[in-house]
Design a protein around this ligand. Structure first.
Ligand code: NAG
Ligand code: NAG
Ligand code: NAG
Ligand code: NAG
Ligand code: NAG
Ligand code: NAG
Ligand code: NAG
Ligand code: NAG
Ligand code: NAG
Ligand code: NAG
Ligand code: NAG
Ligand code: NAG
Length: 527
């Protein structure tokens, strides 16, 4: 036998062995040639400036970066071309790792694909190709932040196995990047008629942040036909009403509904009441001009409720206490709410976040005495009551929030001293009391707050001397604002601060007499 024949024979045996190993069930995946060609054809259409696909050579396409094959059948089942480098600055600013170019239909050669991720790339505003709807096995499709634009093809409704669909977008970045919106009219993904979505019956997660739904797109009717839907994010989608009635509320598993940043000016629709699985409801930044309906608080599964920046009127209903699972409540910026903060807030024993800034209720902190002696004091981690015209002294009960990490009472008219009781907030990381009328000295007890990262007391009438010792425990401090007070910082010029600050505001404080050399040691300060 000559050498060539020996090689051939060897190859034949190798092939046999591979088959046998396959029969034994432990074979390594081998690429199917048709699928290899499909991938190469797809690659040909792409622009890949940073050579992310450099491994796409050779026979075994199953070992190519981003490709995964079924280890039983050898078919390519997963194509993950997500940009591994986080888009920076505006979060969505393209970087050199973005793929671009065309999306060629040769991809259809991957008949068994169940996972396709092209997110965080930059396809320059081209449309989602209609052939994307032809992957019968596809369970996961992620085209978010890929700079795809124009009408979303209704062919996507043919993806009869789809469970995850993410078309989120962040148009404004492209706007800043390319300038005038009119120059880039394809910038938005657009849905004129959403009915095709109703055909995606296994769908569980839908994210269409910033996809523009045209008037009369019937988005709700479409979603209501999805028996398995769990999460829906339609933030900033140009939606201006929520249909007030639904003949039959089908949602049995809906847990997350995000309709924030739309132009909704209708009331909160009554049918929400029938979604007994709802845990997360976000309606912030809309134009809802109605009272807060008491029945909303009968959805006892709610854990997260954000009604911020709307035009809600009337009082906060005392029935709020019925939301016994509530962990986060945001009512920021509802200028037309009236009355007081209901005592019933105190009975929300699981509440961790409470946001009441920029509303006009409760003028007096001591009106809240009864509220904050309830069990809420054992769970609360964040309390924001900024710019609400609160007056009076800081009450001692503030020191009772065992888990409080973030206290923000800026921009009120709070007077008197900072109470020593705040020194009991041993978990506190952020203390914001800017722009009030606080007087007295910096309380000694605050020196114990070793977890502090941000301390902001500017714009008050604080007096007295602050010594090096008082800063000794602030090893985690990154942000310090003591400006616009009458504080004297008695720090020797060779003081070695325990912290490395990123921002420092000490305007109007007395320093010196020599230049504080310790400032030079703040390497992370941009000075
Ligand atoms: C196939 O591969 C996956 C992950 O690579 C592994 O978890 C699974 O056990 C493998 N299945 C078989 C049958 O070898
Ligand atoms: C889709 O991709 C984006 C960006 O890569 C990611 O943040 C998001 O979680 C993905 N969506 C889903 C549903 O996995
Ligand atoms: C996909 O859906 C469209 C309608 O949205 C339909 O006309 C077309 O025949 C479907 N294609 C296949 C292959 O099923
Ligand atoms: C879209 O929403 C889904 C479900 O909530 C989530 O898993 C995904 O990360 C979101 N996508 C982006 C880009 O944030
Ligand atoms: C509820 O869902 C089923 C199938 O998912 C659908 O046939 C029915 O029309 C839906 N009902 C409404 C009122 O949309
Ligand atoms: C909601 O806004 C639309 C215009 O966007 C307007 O025609 C309609 O009257 C408004 N409805 C309410 C209840 O304010
Ligand atoms: C809210 O609606 C009421 C009654 O329709 C109207 O008088 C009021 O001006 C509206 N408020 C805002 C802020 O739109
Ligand atoms: C709050 O719950 C109680 C007891 O379940 C119930 O009687 C009451 O009607 C509820 N309040 C509202 C406004 O739903
Ligand atoms: C809230 O639910 C309770 C029982 O769960 C019921 O008695 C009450 O009428 C409901 N309140 C409203 C406003 O729907
Ligand atoms: C703080 O201000 C209050 C009035 O708001 C005043 O009664 C009190 O004497 C002041 N305390 C100090 C230490 O200046
Ligand atoms: C720093 O923390 C320790 C331990 O909690 C404490 O004994 C000490 O008094 C604190 N220093 C200041 C200035 O409060
Ligand atoms: C400043 O601190 C020094 C000790 O570090 C002390 O001797 C001096 O009295 C302090 N000055 C004031 C005004 O408190």
């Amino acid at each position: 036998m000559d050498l060539k024949r020996t090689q051939l024979l060897l190859l034949f045996f190798a092939f046999l062995c591979a088959r046998v190993r396959k029969l034994n069930g432990d074979s390594i995946p081998r690429c199917i040639p048709i699928e290899r060609n499909a991938l190469l054809g797809f690659k040909e259409g792409l622009k890949d400036p940073s050579n992310r696909l450099s491994s796409w050579v050779g026979d075994d396409c199953c070992t190519w970066k981003g490709v995964a094959c079924d280890n039983q059948t050898g078919h390519a089942v997963k194509l993950d071309l997500r940009n591994p480098h986080q888009l920076s600055y505006f979060y969505y600013f393209p970087n050199t790792w973005c793929l671009g170019g065309e999306l060629r239909p040769s991809l259809l050669g991957l008949k068994y694909l169940n996972y396709l991720d092209l997110s965080m790339n930059n396809f320059g505003g081209i449309r989602i190709p209609e052939f994307m709807g032809s992957f019968r096995q596809l369970k996961y499709l992620n085209l978010s932040y890929a700079n795809l634009g124009g009408p979303v093809p209704h062919q996507l409704g043919n993806l009869s196995s789809l469970q995850y669909l993410d078309l989120s977008h962040y148009y404004y970045y492209y706007y800043y990047y390319y300038g005038n919106i009119d120059n880039n009219p394809s910038g938005f993904l657009i849905i004129d008629n959403a009915i095709w979505i109703s055909r995606l019956s296994p769908l569980r997660y839908l994210n269409m942040t910033e996809v523009q739904f045209r008037e009369g797109a019937h988005w709700l009717q479409a979603l209501n036909m999805l028996p398995s839907i769990v999460e829906v994010r339609l933030s900033d989608c140009g939606i201006n009403t929520i249909p007030p009635s639904l003949p039959h509320v089908n949602f049995t598993s809906l847990s997350v509904l995000d309709l924030s940043w739309n132009s909704i000016n209708s009331t909160i629709p009554g049918w929400l009441f029938n979604i007994r699985s709802l845990e997360y409801l976000d309606l912030h930044d809309n134009f809802i001009n109605s009272t807060i309906p008491g029945w909303l608080f009968n959805i006892s599964s709610l854990e997260y409720l954000d009604l911020s920046y709307n035009f809600f009127r009337g009082i906060i209903p005392p029935a709020i206490k019925n939301l016994s699972s509530l962990k986060a409540l945001y009512l920021f910026g509802n200028r037309f709410l009236e009355g007081k903060i209901p005592v019933e807030f105190g009975e929300l024993c699981k509440l961790q976040y409470l946001g009441l800034s920029y509303i006009n209720i409760s003028k007096n902190l001591h009106e809240l005495d009864k509220v904050f002696t309830g069990c809420i004091k054992n769970s609360l981690e964040t309390l924001c009551i900024r710019n609400t015209q609160l007056g009076d002294y800081l009450p001692d009960w503030l020191g009772d929030f065992k888990k409080l990490k973030h206290l923000d009472l800026c921009g009120n008219s709070i007077s008197g001293p900072i109470p020593e009781s705040l020194g009991r907030l041993s978990a506190l990381q952020k203390l914001y009391l800017v722009d009030n009328k606080l007087n007295g000295t910096f309380p000694k007890s605050l020196g114990r707050l070793a977890e502090l990262v941000e301390l902001s007391l500017g714009g008050n009438f604080l007096k007295g001397v602050m010594s090096e010792e008082q800063f000794a425990n602030f090893t985690k401090l990154k942000y310090l604002d003591l400006s616009q007070n009458q504080l004297i910082l008695n720090l020797t010029s060779d003081w070695i601060p325990p912290f490395q600050l990123q921002e420092l505001y000490i305007g109007f404080c007395k320093l010196g007499p020599r230049f504080p050399a310790w400032l030079r040691m703040q390497k992370t300060l941009p000075i």
